[in-house]
Design a protein around this ligand. Sequence first.
Ligand code: SF4
Length: 170
Amino acid sequence: MATKSNIEWTEMTWNPVTGCTKISQGCKHCYAERMAKRLTAMGSDRYRNGFEVTLHPDLVDVPRGWRQPRVVFVNSMSDLFHDDIPLAYIQRVFATMRDCPHHTFQVLTKRSERLAEFAAYLPWPKNVWMGGQRGGRTCHAPRRRSTSHTRCGAISLARTPHRAAGQSNA
Ligand code: SF4
């Protein structure tokens, strides 16, 4: 399932994973957490675990069915490089993005170190815009050599971390 977004720098959200844990000061007012709690209270099955990291394998291939090109914010309700998400699952998400070159995928993470660790094991097609953030500071251009081939998205993408995903919930 994907949701049309009101975020100005994206069109859709796609959440093959939901839930996260706070890792920095920038997480203090995490909108995704508040939204997840609200959806749990509303009885949404996707949020039956609240804000705990939850994989949704049935959603991994969803973008393959979108015929019209879309700009997609990936995991607005989580962090794709969270420790609880196995590399094999992240690879499946990236495979979908690679196989859908007509879409643009925006990925944000506050876990730049795990991104650096896995970067060599992931495909990096041009339609994937990667934004990293360390601590409370925005990183527009990954500095580690292992992530030098990643492509940061628009400045507004990197400036508005997951909090900004508030308008989306799936
Ligand atoms: S979703 Fe983003 S802002 Fe929220 S806890 Fe996770 S890393 Fe922090």
